[in-house]
Structures are given as structure tokens and as C-alpha cells.
Design a protein around this ligand. Structure first.
Ligand SMILES: Nc1ncnc2c1ncn2[C@@H]1O[C@H](COP(=O)(O)OP(=O)(O)OP(=O)(O)O)[C@@H](O)[C@H]1O
Length: 234
């Protein structure tokens, strides 16, 4: 279970998160949807111990990320696939990540196959990768420790239609095995395709949760209804 409980975070004069509480449950892919600047990345980064809350708590399995004994085996994360060292190959990137979390080297071949990067591609420097390939490498890194929890910031960014279909299948199969998947997006179509439950955030506040929708248009209508309500309240 992933949980934010009454979290508030300010950056100077900006109130990025205002008493935010929500959960992502095991066995489901939860989408975290909101406009640009609504607080999605700040929430995810807080779950991973990269941003400290001013008030409240962000936990994974009732523990803060920094108190987990083996965080890489509990939660895999994809935050910014643009952040990889461009001079290292994909393989070197994964070897270093594997060393840091203490995983078996055999996991590298497994995750490369899982994300659809070939051996030849993995031997290329990351600086030569397309956005979609960097995204696949980021997902491979998140999967290295075979963690039950995945926290993914805009994971479909740059993926082609085949990649998007493959990602949807990957995330659903992790959830079907009891995994907890939380993914952020500002794209309705992406969330509609990937998630089965959606938490909506707007201007740093949780605007509501959607548990079912019949079509992307249906989700869109519910989303605009929730976000316009929270705009009026702000
Ligand atoms: N390190 C920081 N310093 C100052 N302000 C910040 C910082 N990080 C985030 N913010 C501000 O906090 C608010 C929420 O930002 P956040 O990146 O969490 O939004 P987001 O929903 O992920 O947006 P996007 O969809 O554009 O990625 C924004 O107003 C942003 O400018």
C-alpha cells in the first residue's frame, strides 16, 4: 500500500501540496492525474524520500522510503528518464543500479527483455537513445529489484503505440500478481488506457477519486467536473 496522509509542502511562496491524502492499493494500477504544476511529481518524489513534507507523511507499506531496509527491492521508480548519464551505455547504467540495490546480474538480461531493449541497443551510449528508449531503460531500472511497488512519473512519455500497449500489459500483469502501481500523468488518454482507478489532483489538493469510467470521454467529463469544482473552491 502506498499512502500520503495529510501532506503539506511549500516551496517558498508556492503551496505545492495542501493537506493531500490518498492511497494506491495492491493489485491495482492507480493513475494520478492532474494539470501541469498540480503537485504530482512532488507527491511521487516525497514517496521516494526526495522531498521532505512540511506536515503529514508519505509511506510505502506503512514505512517511509528512507526507513526501508532494502528500498530498491520494495519500490521501483521512474522519475525522469532524461537524467541518465549520456556517456554510459544502457548496460553500464543497469549494472551500476544493480550494484546499488544488490540485485543478481541475471536480472539485467531479464529486465532488458521485459522492456524490449535488445543487447545491441543496451550496448549503445544513453546519449544516443531516443526518448522512448530512455523511457524503456528507466522502466528496466525500476524493475531490476523485482519490487512489488512501482512509482512511475509519466511512464508512457515518448513511447510509440506498440510501446504503450506493451506498457499497459506490463503494468496490468504486475498488478495482477498483487503489485501496487502508481503512475502520474497529465494525459487523460494515457491514464484511461493504463489505470483502473484514478486519483485527481488539482492545484495541490485532491479533487476526487474515480473508480470506473466507460470511455475516455466519460473519464474526461468526470475529470473536468472534479477539477472545475476544485478551481472554484481555491
Ligand atoms: N524544487 C522546487 N522549488 C520550487 N518550486 C517547486 C519545486 N518543485 C515543484 N515546485 C512547484 O510546486 C508546484 C507543483 O509542482 P509539480 O512538479 O509537483 O507538479 P506536476 O503536477 O508534477 O506538474 P507537471 O505535470 O507539469 O510535471 C508547481 O507550482 C512547481 O512550480
Amino acid at each position: 500500500m502506498i499512502s500520503l496522509s495529510h501532506v503539506t509542502k511549500r516551496f517558498g511562496a508556492t503551496l505545492a501540496l495542501d493537506d493531500v491524502s490518498f492511497e494506491a492499493r495492491p493489485g491495482a494500477v492507480t493513475g494520478f492525474l492532474g494539470p501541469n504544476g498540480s503537485g504530482k511529481s512532488t507527491s511521487l518524489r516525497m514517496l521516494l524520500g526526495l522531498v521532505r513534507p512540511d506536515a503529514g507523511e508519505a509511506t510505502i507499506g506503512a514505512q517511509t522510503y528512507s526507513s526501508l531496509a532494502e528500498p530498491g527491492r520494495v519500490a521501483g521508480a521512474l522519475l525522469d528518464a532524461g537524467n541518465f548519464h549520456p556517456g554510459r551505455t544502457g548496460l553500464e547504467t543497469l549494472r551500476m543500479a544493480c550494484l546499488m540495490i544488490g540485485c543478481s546480474r541475471s536480472r539485467i538480461d531479464i529486465v532488458l527483455a521485459e522492456v524490449g531493449l535488445t543487447t545491441a541497443e543496451a550496448r549503445r551510449r544513453v546519449g544516443t537513445y531516443s526518448l522512448g528508449m530512455r523511457q524503456r531503460l528507466g522502466l528496466a531500472q525500476a524493475l531490476l529489484g523485482d519490487p512489488p511497488v512501482l512509482i512511475l512519473d509519466e511512464p508512457a512519455n515518448g513511447l510509440d503505440p506498440q510501446g504503450q500497449r506493451w506498457l499497459a500489459e506490463l503494468l496490468r500483469s504486475r498488478a495482477a500478481r498483487g503489485g501496487t502501481v502508481l503512475l502520474s500523468s497529465h494525459l487523460l488518454s494515457e491514464v484511461s488506457r493504463l489505470a483502473e482507478r484514478v486519483v485527481v489532483i488539482s492545484a495541490g489538493r485532491i479533487a476526487g477519486t474515480l473508480d470506473s469510467w466507460s470511455s475516455e470521454r466519460d473519464l474526461e467529463a468526470a475529470y473536468f467536473h472534479l477539477t472545475s469544482d476544485s478551481d472554484r473552491a481555491a
